[in-house]
Design a binder for this molecule. Structure first.
Ligand code: HEC
Ligand code: HEC
Ligand code: HEC
Ligand code: HEC
Length: 476
């Protein structure tokens, strides 16, 4: 590593020339900022450009010494550039930028704080790329659920094969290109979007990858990358928007009749014409006290469908069909006004008996052998049980377990009676002794297909094991 300081050289030289010299007077009349910027330009053209291209066309990395900086002002956040140039950031290419020559990364040159500030300022003002437009995606309306979809795309479209992210607290993926642990602190969302739209515009023949992603998918994956490492990113919460302050119940009733009744039944009894062919059965809305169900969950399951929240894709995603946010607000208002949970409509099929019975009929799929044999790796300590309890009752996302399995774990939560088969009665010793730790682990991770038991794929493994310790305390 070497510290290079053109600026300090300059200052030293001016002082040495002595007070009263022409040069000193020149310095004091040129505003400090402009002087800074002249120095920054000089440094860019004499030092940085020995490794980086700062103008011209994109080229393959195999013809370059370092990444192109022609668009660095559009690409990087200023504070990150300052940290990078002062040596506060880890190397980005873990296998070195030119991995074809050496896989040992060399530390980047550093400059003092003041110079880094001036360089970052210079780059931000001068190295702009006109192809990058302002706000092609509106990050002020980007939600957690969208980030979740972005993560799925990131995994499904192999992005994780070359770019690492944190999964379950671990660095995961291939370290071939830059990592995205903190990409939200480093890259600007507008640039990420433009890059993702056609990577070869920026890094042709460098091993880059063009994902087959829809425009909406591009929003999700861009927002996902743009929020990594940003603590307290103000994720948008659509259910807190004005549409929810002024829902139109009559419009909600109309939507229900036109779009929901075909499966859920005109009176919410789960007996619409399509229901007989569906597994799982459409929820019996008449049995749900909708006022007690968290609004964020209702919003997401209706807007993004069952699949969006780890449930069955047989529950369609309605956001694009019923009038977006306003339509969803309207139909939720209708559900709340109409169904209060007192109906106790019997489920069409009864393969799991009524809610809360013991022993409870159980047709759940068996986990693959290697999972079934797993035992809980965490100690059965009061701390783990307490942590599991909190997840079960409050914090599990997208929906706390108690909403279905009930406060006591007997399967009589607010949503319990709406589901067929009913939620497992976790208090029933007779049924629970036959269910191994590994079986539970697998079901919680993947859901129980064809039933209302949703998947929790994003939940860290150790949290699932904590809940399993808690669940074991419920059975009598
Ligand atoms: C000796 C060659 C060399 C010099 C001189 C050099 N850099 Fe770099 N720079 C690199 C390499 C190599 C990387 C790739 C980073 C890595 O390996 O982690 C890089 C990365 C960067 C990045 C991040 C680029 C990206 O797309 O990820 C910025 C910004 C940057 N340098 C700015 C500068 C500035 C400003 C200067 C002049 C003050 C400078 N560099 C001087 C070699 C150099
Ligand atoms: C086969 C490997 C590979 C795959 C798969 C891949 N990328 Fe890349 N990605 C690259 C390379 C190579 C670059 C250019 C930077 C470099 O030279 O490493 C890059 C750069 C990027 C950058 C700019 C990052 C920066 O710090 O300069 C973004 C954003 C990006 N990719 C997003 C994606 C997304 C989104 C996907 C999935 C749809 C994806 N990448 C899949 C290899 C890959
Ligand atoms: C094609 C059939 C179908 C239509 C049409 C349909 N649903 Fe559903 N819905 C389902 C199924 C199946 C489930 C159960 C999903 C599961 O448990 O995995 C469900 C479940 C639900 C749930 C409960 C979610 C839960 O966690 O169990 C709500 C709320 C819901 N639907 C609302 C609606 C609304 C509002 C509409 C109309 C805008 C609608 N559904 C239209 C099939 C449908
Ligand atoms: C939307 C309702 C719902 C939510 C939320 C829910 N469950 Fe379930 N759960 C069910 C239903 C329904 C079944 C019965 C599935 C079956 O019969 O195969 C079930 C079954 C189970 C089983 C029994 C698996 C077996 O092999 O018999 C376990 C364990 C379980 N859930 C744990 C959890 C945990 C832990 C959570 C929270 C992280 C959770 N559930 C959240 C509805 C739910």
């Amino acid at each position: 590593m070497y510290i290079l300081s053109l600026f300090t050289h300059t200052f030293v030289r001016t002082t040495r020339l002595g007070i009263g010299s022409m040069l000193f007077i020149m310095w004091s009349v040129i505003p400090v900022w402009a002087a800074n910027q002249q120095q920054a330009e000089k440094m860019m053209t004499t030092v940085c450009s020995t490794c980086h291209k700062i103008e011209g066309q994109a080229e393959s990395r195999f013809a370059l010494k370092a990444p192109d900086l022609m668009w660095a002002g559009s690409k990087f956040q200023k504070n990150w550039m300052i940290d990078w140039l002062t040596g506060k950031e880890p190397t980005m290419y873990q296998k070195s930028y030119r991995w074809d020559q050496s896989q040992e990364p060399t530390p980047h040159m550093t400059v003092p704080d003041e110079e880094a500030q001036a360089l970052a300022e210079y780059i931000e003002t001068h190295l702009q790329d006109p192809r990058v437009k302002n706000n092609p995606i509106d990050m002020t309306t980007f939600s957690k659920q969208e980030a979740k979809f972005g993560e799925e795309i990131f995994k499904q479209h192999s992005c994780i094969g070359c770019h690492q992210i944190m999964v379950d607290g671990k660095q995961t993926g291939g370290p071939q290109s830059t990592s995205f642990f903190n990409s939200g602190q480093r890259l600007k969302a507008d640039w990420i979007y433009r890059f993702n739209s056609n990577p070869p515009d920026f890094v042709p023949h460098s091993g880059e990858f063009v994902g087959d992603v829809s425009e909406l998918g591009l929003r999700y994956v861009t927002g996902f990358i743009a929020t990594r490492g940003v603590e307290d990113f103000p994720f948008y919460e659509p259910w807190k928007s004005a549409e929810f302050d002024h829902p139109r119940v009559e419009n909600g009733a109309q939507i229900y009749k036109e779009y929901c009744a075909q499966c859920h039944g005109a009176d919410g009894k789960g007996d619409g014409p399509a229901a007989s062919g569906l597994e799982p059965k459409p929820a019996v809305h008449a049995n749900i006290p909708f006022d007690k169900i968290p609004l964020d969950y209702l919003y997401n399951v209706i807007y993004y469908g069952g699949k969006g929240v780890g449930k069955s894709p047989l529950m369609p995603y309605w956001g694009l069909t019923i009038g977006g946010k306003q339509g969803v607000a309207d139909v939720i208002a209708y559900l709340k006004a109409t169904f209060t949970g007192g109906a106790h409509v019997a489920s069409a099929a009864t393969n799991s008996g009524s809610s809360g019975v013991c022993p409870q009929p159980r047709n759940t799929k068996r986990a693959p052998g290697k999972f079934r044999k797993l035992t809980n790796p965490l100690p059965n300590s009061p701390e783990n049980i307490k942590a599991g309890k909190k997840l079960f009752h409050e914090t599990a996302q997208p929906l706390a377990c108690k909403q279905c399995h009930g406060d006591k774990g007997d399967g009589n939560g607010p949503m319990g009676a709406a589901l067929n088969p009913h939620p497992r009665n976790l208090t029933c010793g007779e049924t629970m002794t036959d269910i191994s730790d590994g079986q539970m682990f697998w079901i919680i991770k993947n859901g129980s297909p064809g039933t209302g038991m949703m998947a929790f794929p994003g939940m860290p493994d150790n949290q699932i094991w904590q809940m399993i310790h808690y669940i074991r305390t419920l059975a009598k």
